[in-house]
Each structure stands twice: as structure tokens, then as C-alpha cells.
Design a protein around this ligand. Structure first.
Ligand code: GDP
Length: 418
């Protein structure tokens, strides 16, 4: 429920990018971070590096994405509204299945990346099933549209047949393989054509005539998927009328949050602007922390449970989901705050370990900087410096509060050195 205290959360998205190895997860994540970091001035730049070339520097140092959760700001291209998008790192290799599962617990939605020249591969299926198990709403990104053998239709039919899911194509590629020239937005009915090879420039136009037949066919698939979950769209569909953009977005969003349909995008992570449209879709179709079921806590020494809906004024309930050793500040404990507010300098109780601990500094990790903050509120993710005993999967509650353990996957994990 949205109240005055929780209204900030409507503009929050906590997402993961899930893919099997080589589908393009790293490239997609880097592009998102690069693009959001470049277009938004997000605090001081770490190490004095210029925002523009941080990605190159990271590359040279052989490091890609170093934080377990990175905070990015994104202004929706169509509505102009600003959103906070927290990107949670989901390990992409099958050997890290447990880690993937643990990260699934702290995100509210995911982008599933597929290699469009391969369709849905067995490993992508594994990641998809894990997301199913944790009830994570998803949008799918059919990546590598520029690669030999790329086929958007293959990805759509594989989603239907191999994953047994209903794809809602919200985009269509203009050309495929070496002819890949841009993306048609089937919801807003606009064409986005790359005007240079790198894809850093794009021209937005009406849909070129030559694609109109295909667009009609794909939009019929899209509207049919939306009609499955929304009566207003269904009524219009049966009357042979077109839904408005707002009606379509709202119906698709509802279907995605309910995990009944999966919006599918296409593009190439190597081209910046495709990533822009992907970020718009994250905002349009993936849920805010207010739209997902509240996390459940088990009250110690009892059979009782208690839900913790996202509310900064509620009792503190946070989950530590990753421990990293940082060369500058030491041990970093990444946390998701489900309820309440975590303040720097305060004491918390680690209900998993039965220990009282002092919170030192709190950091919000950006792609190219770290921001010291005095508090992290319900729905937010960040890193704590100063917790000595917290391990992955541990529950943190207010000092003196009733002891609860949040539902999590409690698996011991070694500290990862950066
Ligand atoms: P990950 O293992 O899923 O993180 O995949 P990477 O992001 O590391 O990408 C694997 C390989 O595919 C790299 O060589 C990328 O340069 C390449 N790649 C990623 N996205 C695209 C794309 O859109 N088109 C093409 N042609 N190659 C891509």
C-alpha cells in the first residue's frame, strides 16, 4: 500500500540481471551502469576518475562489476520521471547456483538475458526456473541481435515452448544479424534507428512502411498477451479497438508482476541506446518494493510468523546477502532493508548469530563512486562497514526488538577478496 511515508518507493526498482554465461550479462550491466553514470551526476567520483571513462579504467584494471548491489538513477525517456534502480549482481555460472538463489531473495524483478542466436539454452532454462521458484517477475532481453544466426522469433517461440511461458513482445528488431539497424517500440509505436555503428546515436521516427505488416502481426501477439490479464484490454480486443499506450503499459505491468506474462525486448548490449529502452522497460514493467509480497519472519521459539511490509517507519528487518573484503575500508556487508530504517552509528541485533552489533558507516554503491549516507530506508540496498560478525543470510533487527529470522537461504560462504 502506498502511503505518504512509502511514496518514494514507487520510484524504486531492485533488479537482477540473470543469464547463463556468455549471453551478455556483463556487457548489459556495464552498459546500464555506464549509461546511467554518464547521464547523471551521482556524487563524488572515486579516485578522481572522470565519469566518462570509468568503464575503460575498470576494464584496464580487469575488474568489471565489483559491488553486490549498485545504485543507478534513471530518467524514463517517455515520461521524464526519475527512478532509482538498484542492480543486484546475480552470478551467471551454474556452479554458483546457491549464490544465484540467494541473490534472487533480495531482488523484486529480473531481466533475463538470452543470446538471440542460440534461443533459450539449457543453462538459461536453469536460471529461469530458479526465478520461477523465488517468484521473481521478469522481462526478457533478446540480446546479440547483430550476431550471425540471431532470430527474435526463435527466442519468442523458445520462451513459449521450452519455458512454457507467455511472451509479450514489446519490441521488434529492424533487421537482424549484420543488417540490425534499430528497434521498433511496439507499445509506443515508434522506431529507433541507429545512425552510427556504435549505436551511440539514434533517431526516433514513425515506423517505416516496410515494417508495418510485421508490426501489426507482433502487436496482435502483444495485445493478446495483455488481454489475458486485463479486462479493459480484453474488451477493446474483442471490439477490435486499439488500447491506449497507458492501458497497454498498465496491463502488461500487471501481467508481469503477477508472473503471467513476460515482456520481451530485443537489441544489442553493445549499443548504448538499446540499453536505454531496456531501462525504460525495467521502470514500466518490473515492480517497486511495494508491489511484491512482504518478506516473512519467523518469531524465535514459536511457530508464529510475522510479515514485514516495506515501511521506513516499521520495525527494522534487514538481510545481509553478501560479504566482501574491500581493500580501502575492510569488511563490507551488503544488506537489503525490508522494513524500518538502518542508521549509521546505531546498534542492531543479529538475530541469526544472537549478537548485538554496531553499525559503522553506511554506503550506497554507485558505479563510479561510493556515497556515505546516514541511513538506509525500507526498500533500499547498500553496504555496512563495521559489522564484525554478520554473515550472508543473516537477519538484522532493531536492538531490543522481538527476535525474528527472515526467510532466507542460509549457506556459508567464504569472504570474496576484491
Ligand atoms: P556474460 O558471460 O553473460 O556476462 O557475457 P558477456 O557480457 O561477457 O558477453 C559475452 C561475449 O558476447 C563478449 O565477447 C561480448 O562482447 C559479446 N556480446 C555481448 N553482447 C553482445 C551483442 O549484443 N552482440 C554481439 N555481437 N556480441 C555481444
Amino acid at each position: 500500500m502506498t502511503t505518504k511515508a512509502t511514496s518514494y518507493l514507487t520510484h524504486f526498482r531492485n533488479i537482477g540481471i540473470a543469464a547463463h554465461i556468455d549471453a551478455g550479462k556483463t556487457t548489459t550491466t556495464e552498459r546500464i551502469l555506464y549509461y546511467t553514470g554518464r547521464t547523471h551526476n551521482i556524487g563524488e567520483v572515486h579516485d578522481g576518475a572522470a565519469t566518462m571513462d570509468w568503464m575503460e579504467q575498470e576494464r584496464e584494471r580487469g575488474i568489471t562489476i565489483t559491488a553486490a548491489a549498485t545504485t543507478a538513477k534513471w530518467k524514463h525517456s517517455a515520461t521524464g520521471e526519475e527512478y532509482t534502480v538498484n542492480i543486484i549482481d546475480t552470478p551467471g555460472h551454474v556452479d554458483f547456483t546457491i549464490e544465484v538463489e540467494r541473490s534472487m531473495r533480495v531482488l523484486d524483478g529480473a531481466v533475463a538475458v538470452f543470446d538471440s542466436s542460440q534461443g533459450v539454452e539449457p543453462q538459461s532454462e536453469t536460471v529461469w526456473r530458479q526465478a520461477d521458484r523465488y517468484g521473481v517477475p521478469r522481462i526478457a532481453f533478446s540480446n546479440k541481435m547483430d550476431k550471425t544466426g540471431a532470430s527474435f522469433e526463435l527466442v519468442l517461440s523458445d520462451i513459449r515452448e521450452r519455458l512454457g511461458a507467455i511472451p509479450a513482445p514489446i519490441q521488434y528488431p529492424m533487421g537482424q544479424e549484420s543488417d540490425f539497424k534499430g528497434i521498433i517500440d511496439l507499445v509506443r509505436q515508434r522506431a529507433h534507428t541507429y545512425t552510427n555503428d556504435l549505436g551511440t546515436d539514434i533517431e526516433e521516427t514513425d515506423i517505416p512502411e516496410q515494417y508495418m505488416d510485421k508490426v501489426r502481426e507482433m502487436r496482435a501477439q502483444l495485445i493478446e498477451a495483455a488481454a489475458e490479464v486485463d479486462e479493459a484490454v480484453m474488451d477493446k480486443y474483442l471490439e477490435g479497438e486499439e488500447p491506449t499506450v497507458e492501458e497497454l503499459v498498465s496491463a502488461l505491468r500487471k501481467g508481469t508482476v503477477e508472473k503471467k506474462i513476460f515482456p520481451v525486448l530485443c537489441g544489442s548490449a553493445l549499443k548504448n541506446k538499446g540499453v536505454q529502452l531496456l531501462l525504460d522497460a525495467v521502470v514500466d514493467y518490473l515492480p517497486s518494493p511495494l508491489e511484491v509480497p512482504a518478506i516473512r519472519g519467523h518469531i524465535e521459539d514459536s511457530e508464529e510468523t510475522r510479515d514485514f511490509p516495506a515501511d521506513p517507519d516499521g520495525k527494522l528487518a534487514a538481510l545481509a546477502f553478501k560479504i566482501m573484503a574491500d581493500p580501502y575500508v575492510g569488511r563490507l556487508t551488503f544488506v537489503r532493508i525490508y522494513s524500518g530504517t538502518l542508521s549509521s552509528g546505531s546498534y542492531v541485533f543479529n538475530a541469526s548469530k544472537g549478537k548485538r552489533e554496531r553499525v559503522g558507516r553506511l554506503l550506497r554503491m554507485h558505479a563510479n563512486s561510493r556515497e556515505d549516507v546516514t541511513e538506509l530506508k525500507a526498500g533500499e540496498l547498500g553496504a555496512v562497514i563495521g559489522l564484525k560478525d554478520a554473515g550472508t543470510g543473516n537477519t538484522l533487527i532493531g536492538d531490543g526488538d522481538e527476535k525474528v529470522l527472515l526467510e532466507s537461504i542460509d549457506v556459508p560462504e567464504p569472504v570474496i577478496k576484491l
